[in-house]
Design a protein around this ligand. Structure first.
Ligand code: GLP
Length: 258
């Protein structure tokens, strides 16, 4: 696990966007795993800017989103599909045929989840998975107690997550059920980049990076991922006990390792 601490939210966000852009330049047909949430907004804004101003090409890219609320279609402003359209898909030249978001309106949820996993496999697997982290340590919508080898399936949200995500909904309308890639699905990706910003994430980040691997903190499973990067601003890194070591590793990286 590589922990990269940046001086500000903007630096962390730009570093994450640069990392994705580098992959797309090296492998134009890359398969991206995408996340939603406030933390990712700046990353997508920067990717859209790079597309417009620098010609960053998404025409051969395939995408798979981590999760979606059950009962919300792409036109619902609170749906993750809507979020993706607003923040990324609508601003770049990705082929809509290559875009995959779990379908929150599907009747046969189990069959849909199996098909979602099959589609990821048929695309050749995910090259780079973008992740955020919940204040309770969730990744995707894998809440504490999720099996560390789980696959795409239906989950019920924890009270903390319902509170955190309430902004996008009217008071009594926050959906409680979701479809999410599993932790096993995330662990199968070739590379993970988790972006966490702000002091309210510091506790979950410290537990995920420096605590024991446990289903109680789903993001801690990333300690077992062969290529996981955790990109943080100073506030999100504020409870890490080895912050100065992570900084010295990153600053002292030899060129061959960059
Ligand atoms: C939701 C998403 C997660 C995301 C989390 C954090 O729960 N399902 O994938 O990591 O929000 O979001 P934010 O960046 O808004 O804090």
């Amino acid at each position: 696990m590589e922990v990269i601490i940046q001086p500000s939210e903007r630096h962390a966000t730009e570093l994450a966007a640069q990392h994705i852009a580098r992959l797309l330049r090296d492998k134009p047909s890359a398969v991206l795993g995408l996340a939603t949430g406030r933390s990712q907004m700046g990353v997508y804004e920067e990717l859209v800017r790079m597309h417009r101003e620098e010609g960053l090409d998404f025409s051969q890219v395939t995408t798979f989103n981590l999760d979606e609320y059950i009962g919300l279609g792409p036109e619902h402003p609170g749906s993750f599909h809507h979020y993706m359209q607003e923040h990324l898909f609508g601003g770049v030249n990705v082929d809509p045929e290559h875009v995959h978001v779990p379908n929150g309106m599907v009747q046969e949820v189990d069959a849909h989840c199996v098909a979602y996993e099959a589609a990821i496999a048929a695309a050749g697997g995910i090259d780079l998975q973008l992740l955020g982290i919940g204040t309770d340590g969730h990744i995707g919508f894998n809440e504490p107690s999720s099996s560390l080898s789980s696959r795409t399936r239906i989950k019920t949200l924890a009270a903390e997550t319902l509170r955190d995500n309430a902004d996008a909904f009217a008071a009594d309308e926050v959906p409680r059920h979701v479809i999410t890639m599993g932790i096993g699905t995330i662990m199968d990706t070739r590379e993970c980049l988790l972006l966490a910003l702000g002091e309210h994430k510091a506790q979950a980040v410290a537990a995920a990076v420096e605590g024991p691997i446990t289903a109680s903190i789903p993001a801690s499973a990333l300690q077992m991922h062969p290529a996981a990067r955790v990109v943080l601003d100073e506030a999100a890194a504020s409870l890490l006990t080895r912050a100065s070591y992570y900084k010295s590793v990153y600053e002292g990286k030899p060129d061959w390792q960059r």
